[in-house]
Ligand binder design. Structure first.
Ligand SMILES: [Zn+2]
Length: 209
């Protein structure tokens, strides 16, 4: 792993490239976009995703500046600050689609399974607070035959955690619940495959046709 200072330098260089693309001599589209977005934003979707470096929402959905309102937290868990962030965007910008974006082999879900199998593997109250949010949706799976199949268990645990987060957003906030009932807000759950890059929208899709 590179040092902190080398990491900082890499970020600075990256931002210099970004600014020069947006500058007088760079391609006009980024500059025009920055100018347009100075006045405000209208993100068309809210994404609650995992912090995992392999699942950057803007890249996997091929979107750019101003398109997505993104909240990222390990395990795409729903705690009050995540609910508040979704409420903020749904109310302030009128964004009507919320996607809970989990992913295969999620480290936070794996850590939760480890903790359930051998308690106190998790050190410290802050990390524990994440595991504690994942635990209720994952724990029942250990009482099924899935416990004999680590791969299937992980796969099901990832999806159970995504379903729980989406359900929490639909029902854990009066404001969001009202928007869902009366104002066209839709909360869906999706899983990104680290292997294929495909996002499978598997939970909460509105009926079509
Ligand atoms: Zn993850």
């Amino acid at each position: 792993m590179i040092s902190a200072l080398a990491a900082l330098e890499r970020l600075k260089e990256g931002n210099r490239r970004f600014v020069s693309d947006a500058g007088e001599r760079g391609p006009g589209d980024i500059r025009a976009k920055l100018n347009a977005l100075t006045a405000g934003q209208e993100p068309f979707a809210i994404i609650l995703g995992c912090s995992d470096s392999r699942v950057p929402a803007e890249i996997v959905f091929d979107q750019g500046l101003g398109d997505l309102f993104v909240i990222r937290v390990a395990g795409n868990i729903v705690a009050p600050s995540q609910v508040g962030s979704v409420e903020f965007a749904a109310e302030r910008f009128g964004t009507r689609l919320v996607v809970v974006l989990g992913h295969s082999e999620c480290g936070a879900v794996l850590a939760t399974l480890e903790e359930l199998e051998s308690p106190s593997a998790i050190r410290g109250p802050n990390l524990r607070s994440i595991v504690d949010r994942i635990r209720p949706s994952v724990e029942p799976l250990l009482e099924t035959d899935l416990r004999h199949d680590q791969k299937a268990l992980t796969r099901n645990a990832v999806r159970a955690n995504i379903r729980a987060a989406a359900s929490h957003l639909r029902h854990g906030s009066q404001l969001l619940e009202k928007l869902v009932q009366n104002d066209g807000l839709v909360v869906v759950g999706a899983e990104y495959s680290l292997e294929t890059g495909v996002v499978d929208f598997f939970d909460g899709l509105p009926a079509t046709g």
